[in-house]
Design a protein. Structure first.
Lengths: 134, 134
DNA sequence: CAGTATCCAGACGGATACTG
DNA sequence: CAGTATCCGTCTGGATACTG
């Protein structure tokens, strides 16, 4: 943090983000990708159905979409085995593995989830505050 | 990572996530919240218009929605000053500040964005692979 | 098994206009 | 200034069915 109020600086910054971490978030934390990457990172290689079963609520269509995206971004490696029942395996790439510390930090922060829950309860309990009364 | 293939473990896990970090992601990295939190964390207190100007492409409606959500989750503190032109200030809470290391990790990982871009180029260049030909 | 192909609903967010 | 109110288009992602 630098100063208060921060109105002086005229930095207009490029459209879409004044914020350097948004690009990373878009790649790593879009819907479902977190679960997929984390699963692959934590439990190693998986076949398509195995992922489907582990992520329970995901549909094959969406799983395919996300896996393609992850593969394209170089975070996941897809291996096709031309066998009689076809076999495909997905595993995390080195680049994907480099997200490890990030995942650890995320998991670490989850100790605060209780505080979030608490904050929500308090917020919902107190009547509409000044300057916002309906 | 534990073992290969990982098909044996019958862990069915609760619907929605086999993955413990998803809840955190949902709270912290939903659309726009990253930019808002990061801005508040990095540059301190902001008034509504200041945020609006810094995040350039966000509309007042959406900014309000996200700020409410963040306030409810206890990540941001809203202060209303009952003055003649009303003045409202938003700042990050202690809980929000505890995301600092996470943000740092994210920012650090952005050195890899080039690799992602590279991977995309390669993926797009090579013709449809085996087992996936159109 | 490992996907594709369709169809579709509903949430999300943008544009615009108005108010205490 | 700091929002709120409306309207509405888009696009994601779910359900379902089919294929190499």
């Amino acid at each position: 943090m630098t100063n208060d109020t921060a109105s002086a600086s005229p930095v207009a910054v490029a459209p879409e983000q004044a914020c350097p971490i948004t690009p990373v978030v878009d790649i790593v934390f879009s819907r479902w990708t977190t679960s997929i990457l984390w699963t692959l990172h934590e439990y190693g290689r998986h076949r398509f159905v195995e992922l489907e079963r582990r992520i329970t609520t995901i549909t094959p269509k969406v799983l395919t979409e996300r896996l393609r995206q992850l593969e394209r971004d170089g975070l996941v490696v897809r291996t096709y085995h031309p066998e009689v029942p076809p076999r495909v395996e997905y595993e995390i790439s080195d680049l994907g593995r480099s997200l490890g510390p990030l995942f650890a930090a995320l998991a670490g922060w989850s100790v605060n989830l209780g505080k979030v829950e608490q904050a929500r309860l308090e917020y919902d309990a107190k009547e509409p505050a000044r300057g916002r009364r309906k």
